[in-house]
Design a protein around this ligand. Sequence first.
Ligand code: SF4
Length: 377
Amino acid sequence: MKTLPDWLTDNRDTAALANMLSPESSRPVEELAAESRAMTLRRFGRTMTLYAPLYLSNYCSSGCAYCGFASDRQTPRHRLEPDEIRRELAAMKKLGISDVLLLTGERTAAADFDYLQRSVAIAAEEMPRVAVEAFPMSISEYRALADCGCTGITIYQETYNREQYEELHRWGPKKDFIDRLETPERALDGGIKNVGLGVLLGLSNPVEDALCLYRHVRHLGRTWWRAGLSVSFPRMRPQTGGYEPPFPVNDHLLARIIFAFRIALPDTELVLSTRESATFRDGMAPLGITRMSVESKTTVGGYDETDKPGNKSDKGQFEISDDRTAREFCAALRHQNIVPVFKNWEPAYNGPSATIHHERDADRSASTITPETETCH
Ligand code: SF4
């Protein structure tokens, strides 16, 4: 068995975070919320970057006990073909979305690296920001994805508790704990600029998992200090397979984790998805979260209304909770004086010519974007 890296148990600088995370903390949650809110305002202003997931495929070779797409689930399997991907992206653009996360299961013959690379290239023709949440890859594969326009990856460790990880990942390539742990480093070595980390809250002791997640971010930030690192806080949701989380995390503890991470990692993007309820997301929006998904579908495709009828019965990877439209969600953010942003980095990233290009794009597509969603850009 491969040995754990030293950074995973490095307790330097973790005492303050451990105190903030503990339900018996000397710091009341209201005090953490106020400090987190002030830090978020100072570092990020009143903005919220928005993205949407697009499931390319639900084929999978792994057997994660908590997932509706595990290879033993009786669920219809699909993958999007190039013309379907283009239709899905067009439908997403009509909603105002220009930041997409492409998802697949673990590597299979139906959805392998070549398929993913082709899909990224198609998406990069349509969207300025294209990230993937797929299987772990080699450095050369990540380099090839970056060359095709991939701007980031998301790779959750799910849990840093190795024994629990072994039990939950019943078979398949995802069973390799260390390989997954080292994936962000390979991605960054391959030229991927943004890496999202996270744990699936509920699988193991949430405070211990949060501390390991912090050590992981700190480890990557020391070596790849130019990388854009983000942290997500997904909680277990109902899914095909009916897995019940052994360590359920309530709203109070999740809020404490979010505030503690904002205070401990002031410049790191913190992400909250539509797994969470509208009420909880609205509550967290001004207090520490800086990036949210919107109008998510967890089925393969699902944005294009001419989708195959058979796909409508799909259950998806898990159930979402906040099912507001992009328009409704943007309105809720604005109600709190938070500006929803789908794309604000391109001029700084690509130079002034990108600004002109974007303005022309906006003119061209004005007839298909409603006034409410247009202001999301
Ligand atoms: S979590 Fe990912 S790797 Fe695991 S079964 Fe689901 S789709 Fe496959």
